[in-house]
Design a protein around this ligand. Sequence first.
Ligand code: NAD
Length: 293
Amino acid sequence: MAILDGKQLAQQIRAELQAEVSTIVEKGGKIPHLAAVLIGDNPASQAYVRNKVRSCEQVGFRSTLIQRDANTTHDELLQIVDELNQNPEIDGFIVQLPLPKHIDEYAITLAIDPRKDVDGFHPLNFGRMAQGLPCYLPATPFGILEIIRRYEIPTAGKEVVVIGRSNIVGSPISILMARKGYPGDATVTICHSRTQNLAEHTLKADIIIAAIGQAEFLKADMVKPGAVVIDVGINRVDDHNTASGYRLTGDVDYENVAPKCAWITPVPGGVGQLTVAALLMNTLKSAKGEIYG
Ligand code: NAD
C-alpha cells in the first residue's frame, strides 16, 4: 500500500503557483486576486475559507474576504455577487456553501459571472466540462484529477466506481473519468443512495472514488485487492481525546481498507488539500485569461 499524499502535492502545486506569481510580478503583470464570501458562522465553512485565504497568501495571490452574518438577505448577497462580478480587480470568487436556508443557493450560483466562477459550479462551466471545452473544473474533481495525474495512476480502460452523485463531486468526477484522454478513458459506474448491492460494483473497481459524506462507509470487504481508493469525505466525528472534541475522518474505513489497496488518499491530508490548490489554479487561469480570454 502506498499513500497518495495530498499535502505534499499541494505544497508542490503552491510552489509552482508561487513561481508563476514571481514571473508575473517581474513582468509588471497583475497579481491574481481571489475573493471569498462567507455568510453566517458555520465553523466548518469558516475553517475552509480561512484555509483558502491563507493559501492565497502563501503563493503570493491577493485575497479579499467578505464576511456577513447569517441574517444577510438573498438580495444583499446578490448585491455582493454583482459587485464582485463588476470589479475588475477580482479575477475569481467563491461563495462558500452551504448558505443559510433562506438563501436560494442555486440562484446565487447562477448569478456568478461564469468567467469568475473559479469553483466551477455555474451550469455554463459544468456544461463546458461535460462537452470537453475549456472551463473552470469544479475544484474537488480538479484536485482528484491532479492526484491521479501527478502519481501517474493509469486510468484508460480501468473500471472506476464513483460513490455519490452530487453536483460538486460525484457527478462531475464521473464525467471527467469517462472523458477522452488522460486522466480519463475509464469505464465509469456511478453508485448512489438507491444503488442495489453496492459491494458487487465496488469489488469490480480498479479505482474507487468515495464521496458519500458518511464516516468510514467503505469497508475492506467492499474493495478488490490492489485497488486505488480516493476518499473525498470529510466527516467530523466526536473524539473527546482531542482539544476540539472531534476529529476528521473520511468516507473510507482507512485502517482496514488501506492494507488492501495499491494506493489510497488519507483524511486529512488527501483530497481536501488538493481542492484548495485547484481553486488557486483556477484563479490563475482566470487572471491569465486562459478560459474565457
Ligand atoms: P452530498 O451529500 O451532496 O452527496 C452524497 C452522495 O452520497 C449522494 O449522491 C448520495 O446518493 C450518496 N449516498 C448517500 N448514501 C449512500 C449509500 N448508502 N450508498 C451509496 N451512496 C450513498 O455530498 P457531497 O457534497 O458530494 O460530499 C460528499 C463528502 O465529501 C462529504 O463528506 C463532504 O464533506 C466531502 N467533501 C469534501 C471535499 C474536499 O475538498 N475533500 C469537497 C466537497 C465535499
